[in-house]
Design a protein around this ligand. Structure first.
Ligand code: ZN
Length: 80
C-alpha cells in the first residue's frame, strides 16, 4: 500500500508542478479603452448658426438645429 500512496503523491506533486511552475500564469491586461468616448461632432444650427454638439441639438430632415424652437422656426410656423 505504501507504493500506491507514494505514486498518488507523485501524481499530485506533478500536477501542482505543471499547474503553477511549468505553466506560468499570464497576467491579465485590464487596459480597456472605455475612458474617453469619441469626440462628438459639432454641428452648426441651421437657424442661428450656433455650433452645438450633435447630441444636444435636433435633426429635422437633413438640417440640424441647436434647439427644437429653431428647427420649428426655420421650417416655418405651422401651428402658431
Ligand atoms: Zn439655433
Amino acid at each position: 500500500m505504501g507504493r500506491l500512496l507514494i505514486l498518488i503523491l507523485l501524481v499530485v506533486a506533478a500536477w501542482y508542478f505543471f499547474k503553477y511552475v511549468a505553466g506560468p500564469s499570464k497576467g491579465r491586461r485590464s487596459d480597456r479603452d472605455d475612458a474617453v468616448p469619441a469626440q462628438e461632432q459639432m454641428l452648426a444650427c441651421g437657424y442661428c448658426g450656433l455650433h452645438v454638439p450633435e447630441s444636444e441639438g435636433i435633426r429635422i430632415g437633413d438640417a440640424f438645429y441647436c434647439c427644437e424652437a429653431h428647427g420649428r422656426q426655420a421650417n416655418g410656423p405651422h401651428d402658431g
